[in-house]
Design a protein around this ligand. Structure first.
Ligand code: CU
Length: 305
C-alpha cells in the first residue's frame, strides 16, 4: 500500500510541476487581449433599452434620451387628460348648446410660453451634446475604418503597416466556449486601448455602410469618396459589439463590428504582434472565413481595384 501512496504523491507532484510549467509558459507570452474577456457588452434577447453605456458619449446620449422621454411623457399625459375632459364635458349630449367664446388672452399666452420653455430646456442640452460629439480634437490615436461589401477594414494610422480586414465568423464555425456570439463575433476584432480618446476616420470602399457602436455612442455613415469623423473613449476593458446599420446589399447583416478594449500597455503589446501578423491583408481581401456559401461567394467577391 505504501508504494501506492507514494506514487499518488509522485503523480500529484508531477501534475503540479506540469501545471506550473504551463502557467510559466503562458506567463512568458501572455495574451494581450485577455483583459477584454473580463466584461462583455452584447445585446440580449428581449432587450428593451439602449445597451449599457461604455463611453462618456453614450452616457450623455442615454441621459438626454431619458430626459426628453420624461418631458414627452408629461406632455402626452397632459394633452390626453385635456382631450378626455373635452370629450366628456363638451360632447353634443352633455352640452347641447355650444358656447361662443373665440379668444382668451391668458390661455393664448400660456399655450405659447410653456411650449417655448419646453423646447428651450430640450434644445440647450441637445446642442451641448452635438458640440461635444463634434469635438474630435487631440485624439490619442486615429483609426481609418473602411466599409466594404461585406466586411470592415481597419487601418491604424500611427502604426506603420497595420491595416487588416475583419470578417464575421460564419454560424457553423461559432465556438461558444471561446465566448463567440453568433452573427456578432469576427475573425480579427478592432483592438483599442481604454481611457484614451480614439478618433475614427470613417469611409467606404464601395457602397454606403454604417459604422454603428451603440454602447460607445458612435454612429456615422461610411460614404465612398468622403471621410466622416467620430470618436469615443472606452471606459473599461471588455468586448463591445456593433453592426453595419446602413443597408449595403446581400450580406448587410454579416458585417458586425467586434471591439476588444484593453489597457494601454496591452494594446501596445498587441500592436507589436499584429504588425507582424496582420500587415498587408487589406485588399484584395483574404478572409480567414466567409459567411457566404461558396456559390454566393463567387457572385459576391469584390472586384479587384
Ligand atoms: Cu454594410
Amino acid at each position: 500500500m505504501a508504494w501506492r501512496k507514494t506514487s499518488a504523491i509522485g503523480a500529484g507532484l508531477l501534475a503540479a510541476l506540469v501545471a506550473g510549467h504551463l502557467a510559466f509558459a503562458q506567463g512568458a507570452a501572455p495574451d494581450p487581449l485577455a483583459a477584454a474577456d473580463s466584461y462583455v457588452n452584447a445585446p440580449h434577447n428581449w432587450q428593451m433599452w439602449f445597451p449599457v453605456a461604455g463611453s462618456p458619449m453614450q452616457e450623455q446620449i442615454d441621459w438626454l434620451m431619458k430626459y426628453v422621454l420624461w418631458i414627452m411623457t408629461g406632455v402626452v399625459a397632459f394633452v390626453a387628460v385635456l382631450m378626455a375632459y373635452v370629450f366628456i364635458k363638451f360632447n353634443a349630449k352633455a352640452n347641447p348648446v355650444a358656447g361662443h367664446v373665440t379668444h382668451n388672452t391668458l390661455i393664448e399666452v400660456i399655450w405659447i410660453v410653456i411650449p417655448t420653455l419646453l423646447l428651450a430646456v430640450i434644445i440647450i442640452p441637445s446642442i451641448n451634446l452635438i458640440w461635444y460629439e463634434g469635438d474630435d480634437s487631440n485624439p490619442y490615436m486615429t483609426v481609418t475604418v473602411t466599409g466594404h461589401q461585406w466586411y470592415w477594414e481597419y487601418n491604424y494610422q500611427a502604426v506603420p503597416g497595420l491595416d487588416y480586414t475583419s470578417y464575421m465568423v460564419p454560424d457553423a464555425q461559432i465556438d461558444p466556449s471561446k465566448g463567440e456570439i453568433r452573427r456578432l463575433s469576427v475573425d480579427h476584432p478592432l483592438v483599442l486601448p481604454v481611457g484614451e480618446k480614439i478618433k475614427f476616420d470613417i469611409t467606404s470602399g464601395d457602397v454606403l455602410h454604417g459604422f454603428y457602436l451603440p454602447s460607445l455612442g458612435v454612429q456615422k455613415y461610411a460614404i465612398p469618396g468622403t471621410i466622416q469623423n467620430s470618436w469615443t473613449i472606452i471606459n473599461k476593458p471588455g468586448t463591445y459589439y456593433g453592426q453595419c446599420n446602413q443597408i449595403c446589399g446581400l450580406n448587410h447583416d454579416a458585417m458586425p463590428i467586434e471591439i476588444k478594449a484593453v489597457p494601454l500597455a496591452d494594446y501596445l503589446a498587441w500592436t507589436k504582434i499584429a504588425q507582424a501578423d496582420y500587415t498587408d491583408n487589406a485588399a484584395p481581401a483574404a478572409p480567414l472565413s466567409s459567411p457566404l456559401p461558396a456559390n454566393e461567394l463567387a457572385d459576391a467577391t469584390p472586384s479587384a481595384h
